[in-house]
Ligand binder design. Structure first.
Ligand code: CMP
Length: 155
């Protein structure tokens, strides 16, 4: 893997599945040039959700957040690419959809922070921990597409 390449965890949350937006969200990340290296549909339980969101344990919205993320299946994915952590968060948009830039998933497809469709790891440290929580090593593939150089060619 290229030295600048990173892996990041992206979740399509229950609202994304209920609203039929899996394809739309995956399409935006694919078109950006990121590479899908792991994916699964999974219904997580309360303990798992509390572990994933433990940094928000003391937030007033924590209980509701856990209820939301466990209310239906989520689509968990690992996306790889140069600066993929920053790129995926940029494509997701700001946490509050009303503050997200036009063209981002949250701006274009959502209205509230409490139903903001997507999660993307916020740093390399978090990405590493979140990927290890959601995926085992053998679920993460190492591959590249034939148009790789049309995304990463440097002049
Ligand atoms: P996410 O990127 O998954 O990280 C933490 C989540 O908490 C966030 O997206 C939202 O789904 C949720 N969240 C953040 N702020 C609020 C809020 N003010 N009210 C409800 N949920 C929130």
């Amino acid at each position: 893997m290229h030295e600048l390449f990173e892996k990041t965890l992206v979740l399509i949350k229950p609202d994304g599945l209920q609203r039929g937006l899996i394809g739309e969200i995956i399409s935006r990340l694919e078109k950006r040039g990121l590479l899908l290296v792991a994916a699964k549909l999974i219904r997580i339980d309360k303990n798992f959700a509390e572990e994933h969101y433990k940094t928000h344990m003391n937030k007033p919205f924590f209980k509701g957040l856990v209820k939301y993320i466990t209310s239906a299946p989520v689509m968990a994915m690992v996306w790889e690419g140069e600066n993929s952590i920053t790129a995926a968060r940029q494509t997701a948009g700001a946490t509050n959809p009303l503050e997200a830039l036009p063209g981002t998933i949250r701006h274009d497809l959502a209205l509230l922070s409490s139903r903001n469709l997507i999660h993307a790891s916020d740093s390399s440290d978090t990405a590493e921990k979140e990927i290890a929580l959601w995926f085992s090593q053998n679920e993460i593939l190492s591959w590249e597409t034939s148009n790789h150089l049309w995304i990463y060619g440097k002049n």
